[in-house]
Design a protein. Structure first.
Length: 135
């Protein structure tokens, strides 16, 4: 009877240990999903531009860059879209245009579409600047 009890206790301990290990693996998986770079899709390109512009108003362009740079690492199109958006917010028209052209060429999908809108915004900023200087 003592041997059976010892086996039962050992079995319960092993099951508890497995459950703890499974919970730890699940928690690590959730943490990893939270830090995985965003992928190339319509939602993400739009979210990137919207969030970067909105957050730059409150936190500043440098803080937003530090937050978003790791999230787009590994995706050339999204990195160029981020760089173009940040350059536009810093009124660096030439750099913004160059980055938006890279993003546009790199993607025929949503990243390219947002890059075209970024180019239009840069041209709009330039024309407003030119008009302001002329008046």
């Amino acid at each position: 009877a003592a041997v059976l009890t010892a086996l039962a206790v050992a079995s319960m301990a092993a099951n508890a240990s497995r459950a703890v290990a499974q919970r730890a693996v699940a928690q690590r998986a959730v943490a990893q999903r939270a830090t995985v770079p965003i992928t190339h899709s319509a939602t993400h390109a739009g979210k990137l531009v919207r969030d970067v512009v909105r957050e730059a108003d409150t936190a500043g362009v440098t803080a937003v860059e530090q937050q978003w740079r790791p999230r787009v690492r590994g995706d050339r199109g999204l990195t160029a879209l981020l760089d173009g958006t940040l350059a536009r917010l810093r009124y660096r028209s030439e750099e913004a245009s160059r980055q938006f052209r890279v993003a546009q060429l790199d993607s025929l999908g949503s990243t390219g579409a947002y890059a075209i809108m970024g180019l239009a915004a840069v041209r709009g900023q330039r024309s407003q600047y030119t008009e302001a200087l002329a008046s």
